[in-house]
Design a protein around this ligand. Structure first.
Ligand SMILES: *[C@@H]1O[C@H](CO)[C@@H](O)[C@H](O)[C@H]1NC(C)=O
Ligand SMILES: *[C@@H]1O[C@H](CO)[C@@H](O)[C@H](O)[C@H]1NC(C)=O
Ligand SMILES: *[C@@H]1O[C@H](CO)[C@@H](O)[C@H](O)[C@H]1NC(C)=O
Ligand SMILES: *[C@@H]1O[C@H](CO)[C@@H](O)[C@H](O)[C@H]1NC(C)=O
Ligand SMILES: *[C@@H]1O[C@H](CO)[C@@H](O)[C@H](O)[C@H]1NC(C)=O
Ligand SMILES: *[C@@H]1O[C@H](CO)[C@@H](O)[C@H](O)[C@H]1NC(C)=O
Ligand SMILES: *[C@@H]1O[C@H](CO)[C@@H](O)[C@H](O)[C@H]1NC(C)=O
Ligand SMILES: *[C@@H]1O[C@H](CO)[C@@H](O)[C@H](O)[C@H]1NC(C)=O
Ligand SMILES: *[C@@H]1O[C@H](CO)[C@@H](O)[C@H](O)[C@H]1NC(C)=O
Ligand SMILES: *[C@@H]1O[C@H](CO)[C@@H](O)[C@H](O)[C@H]1NC(C)=O
Ligand SMILES: *[C@@H]1O[C@H](CO)[C@@H](O)[C@H](O)[C@H]1NC(C)=O
Ligand SMILES: *[C@@H]1O[C@H](CO)[C@@H](O)[C@H](O)[C@H]1NC(C)=O
Length: 661
């Protein structure tokens, strides 16, 4: 029996997949079948022999393994995690942590996606783009390939009206909206913990530096701490109690630590709850000081920290989601927040299954939890609560002034969501979120309403190339009249991207003011990870058209809190978007795509604007690049002047730059 089985599996490379499925399908189950141990051994041999086949490229090897996994999924899917983990770690195919993240057995203790990998291979076609992209994004085994050209117009039926209406002209009154993003609460933050760690996330109980500090090491040799302890180092265990800042005990630091974590955060660490509370309190006090009366908030995702997946559990994911939203609600009181979830706000990390394939019950807990929590907090009503549980936490609401806000869960198209690789070119809307979006947009268009889109991952950063292209087509179809704003987070950097009609990434002469049709606001993060100063912004919005008239970005200098004896940070206006780049722009005109086209042109042509962009992106941190001294800023023009992944790649090629996607 074993021999027959081995022969059958060895035939994988020779036999067409459908035939193989037939053969395996008729394999007798249970009793007379091979034992698990046999199956594991035979499978490992097969994976090793694929690896040893010198005729195959790395990319082909990866696809062969997927084909093999697909055949296994029909026989014994539960063994896939152990077999692939052993192969991956045993042959050093990928870093150990990566092996575990992708293939490790999924339990409530660790954020490993092995069972999701099994689900994916059972439905994907490894010989199509599914395989190309999986092998590119997960195993770096295949080169980036451009997606096939897709015509997504069936989503809205027909073409865009020839004389599409221009955006309405702004009125003469404005109101304010808060935009916050990427909290990344670190509930395990340890004041005095190692902030200069060798692996994993710093400032946690498991952070360490593998090199011991030298004899006589003095932490004030660190230039960011050199002012201490005259002013007093900030190693206090502080908190907000009833919204009042209480400087806690001086916990000090252990002399075997290179760079101890201070109270309000560290550049190598996610946000302690103290930083989250402080940020929200700064929002409230600035709102009062400036008399903004902001009417609602948008939050563009990511509550959970960046710790290695082995330290992320189902419980810690829940805690991060619940504690952060609780802190927000405590501070915002009756002001509603419209939230989306980010790539970290799920379990296992990045994963989310389509409703249609039968795996989505693994993720229902999250949709139900968010639906209930957001309704409890009064952010959404009963009808919207239903949408949240049905649309992967996506929804559509109308504000009291008549602006429609459409919220989507971008994990549908995220490069680390294994489920998103299933039949990805033909069934590009397998989650149904594009259709949901388009139906809402068509409805608004017919009523003359204007719409804001909020979602975590921007189309041009970590979105799968096919979805990125489809999303851009949707945006183009409904711009500039219906779509008044697109708001993202995810990159932690303060950025923007412009969409041009008729631009394919290499015909640079299409990047004109007339072709600029839409743009996205990518919000700065609250977390300082990595190398950033904490930040948020108030948007000034035209009351009639909901076009954004200005954006006021606030930040504080985290370095100053290292040696200020534990006192609260000093939040300041960093810049306002209308005056920052010195663009000559009519006072009555919104900061629309044409405006950001002008900014983009400046970034492409002037070194000082390029540096200004980088300063804003990182909020003047100690790690901000000096654009004149390195080639680190070279791709920024392509980044801001493209919208999709593929446009960005082609733009970089055009200038002979490495797109690094
Ligand atoms: C194939 O490679 C594996 C390690 O990847 C090695 O252990 C094994 O001996 C090789 N097998 C053959 C038949 O060369
Ligand atoms: C603002 O515009 C409205 C009509 O759009 C007009 O009635 C009103 O007088 C204007 N207010 C000011 C201060 O210009
Ligand atoms: C630092 O704060 C502590 C506790 O609040 C206080 O006792 C001490 O005087 C402060 N030191 C300086 C240098 O301000
Ligand atoms: C810091 O404060 C927290 C809660 O306020 C407490 O649980 C913890 O033990 C304190 N740590 C130290 C070192 O005082
Ligand atoms: C943050 O604020 C919440 C709500 O007031 C409170 O429950 C929590 O203890 C605070 N935590 C810290 C570290 O300030
Ligand atoms: C400091 O850390 C080292 C290494 O983790 C540990 O062995 C030592 O006990 C700690 N010292 C104190 C005073 O906590
Ligand atoms: C961080 O640790 C490394 C050793 O791993 C050391 O060389 C370096 O100087 C440290 N930097 C700081 C700022 O502590
Ligand atoms: C604050 O703004 C409101 C309208 O939003 C206005 O009625 C009020 O006069 C303003 N107060 C101050 C002190 O500017
Ligand atoms: C892929 O999606 C297309 C379009 O929805 C569908 O016709 C086809 O059957 C799907 N293929 C597989 C293998 O599921
Ligand atoms: C982009 O458009 C230009 C001009 O129409 C054309 O020459 C070029 O081949 C196109 N590039 C791609 C990759 O489609
Ligand atoms: C942006 O506003 C300017 C000035 O009102 C207008 O000329 C331009 O067409 C607008 N651009 C878009 C994309 O709506
Ligand atoms: C931030 O604070 C540090 C330490 O006081 C200082 O060296 C640096 O210049 C400050 N950065 C900015 C942008 O103010």
């Amino acid at each position: 029996m074993k021999l027959i089985f081995a022969a059958l599996l060895a035939a994988v490379q020779a036999v067409r997949l459908s035939e193989l499925q037939n053969q395996l399908g008729s394999w007798p189950a249970t009793d007379s079948g091979p034992s698990d141990d046999d199956l594991i051994r035979v499978s490992l041999d097969e994976l090793y022999s694929i690896g040893n086949n010198t005729k195959l490229s790395d990319c082909d090897k990866c696809k062969q393994r997927l084909l093999y996994a697909k055949s296994l999924a029909l026989v014994k899917p539960t063994l896939i995690p152990s077999i692939f983990t052993e192969w991956c770690i045993g042959t050093n195919a990928l870093k150990k942590d990566t092996c575990l993240r992708i293939f490790g057995r999924t339990t409530v203790e660790n954020s490993y996606a092995g069972s999701n990998f099994g689900d994916m291979v059972s439905l994907m076609d490894p010989t199509s783009y599914d395989g190309d992209y999986y092998c590119h994004y997960f195993e770096s085994a295949c080169d980036y390939v451009s997606p096939p050209e897709i015509d997504a117009s069936k989503l809205w039926g027909g073409s865009k009206p020839d004389e599409y209406k221009a955006a309405p002209e702004a009125g003469n009154e404005t109101f304010y909206v808060l935009h916050v993003s990427d909290f990344h609460i670190e509930n395990d933050y340890v004041v005095g913990g190692e902030g200069n760690c060798s692996a994993s996330m710093c400032c946690t109980p498991h952070s360490f530096n593998k090199y011991p500090v030298p004899q006589g090491y003095d932490i004030s040799d660190n230039s960011l701490l050199e002012d201490g302890p005259g002013e007093g180092w900030s190693f206090y265990n502080s908190s907000y109690v009833d919204n009042v800042f209480e400087k806690g005990l001086y916990v000090g630091y252990n002399e075997s630590i290179w760079w101890p974590a201070s109270s309000f955060g560290h550049y190598n660490c996610d946000a302690p709850e103290l930083l989250i509370n402080n940020t929200l309190k700064a929002v409230t006090s600035l709102n009062q000081q400036l008399n903004l009366s902001y009417e609602f908030a948008i939050f563009t995702g990511d509550l959970v920290d960046h710790d290695e997946t082995r330290y992320i559990s189902y419980e810690s994911t829940l805690l991060a989601e619940e504690s952060t939203f609780r802190d927000v609600k405590y501070q915002l009181h009756d002001i509603p927040m419209f939230p989306v979830l980010g790539n970290h706000d799920t379990f296992p990390y990045g994963q989310m299954a389509q409703n249609k394939y039968g795996f989505s019950n693994k993720f229902d807990w999250n949709n139900e939890l968010m639906a209930e929590l957001w309704r409890d907090y009064g952010w959404i009503d009963f009808d919207v609560e239903q949408q949240v549980s049905e649309h992967y936490t996506g929804f559509s609401v109308k504000t009291r002034r008549g602006l429609k806000v459409i919220a989507l869960n971008s994990n549908s198209w995220y490069i680390s969501n294994l489920y998103a690789f299933i039949n990805m070119t033909q069934d590009y809307d397998s989650f149904g979120q594009f259709q949901f979006l388009v139906d809402e947009l068509l409805d608004s268009e017919s009523k003359g309403e204007r719409v804001w889109l909020i979602m975590h991952v921007p189309a041009g950063a970590d979105m799968l190339p096919v979805a990125s292209q489809v999303f851009a087509q949707v945006v183009e179809r409904f711009s500039p009249y219906t779509i008044a704003g697109i708001f993202n987070g995810h990159t932690h950097r303060d950025e923007f991207k412009v969409l041009y009609s008729g631009f394919n990434g290499s015909n640079m002469d299409a990047q004109t003011a007339d072709n600029a049709i839409a743009h996205t606001w990518i919000a700065p993060s609250v977390t300082s990870w990595i190398g950033l100063n904490p930040s948020f912004r108030f948007l000034e919005v035209d009351s009639k058209t909901f076009s954004v008239m200005n954006a006021y970005t606030y930040y504080f200098n985290l370095s100053e809190t290292f040696t200020n004896n534990g006192t609260e940070p000093d939040w300041q206006l960093e810049y306002d978007a209308r005056s920052a780049y010195g663009v000559d722009w009519p006072e009555s005109a919104p900061l629309n795509a044409t405006y950001w086209h002008e900014v983009s042109q400046k970034i492409g042509s002037s070194n000082s604007s390029l540096q200004q962009y980088e300063d804003f992106a990182t909020r003047y941190s100690p790690y901000t690049y000096d654009c004149s001294e390195s080639d680190n800023c070279d791709t920024f023009y392509c980044y801001v002047s493209t919208f999709t992944i593929d446009q960005y790649v082609r733009c970089c090629e055009h200038f002979g730059l490495d797109p690094d996607v």
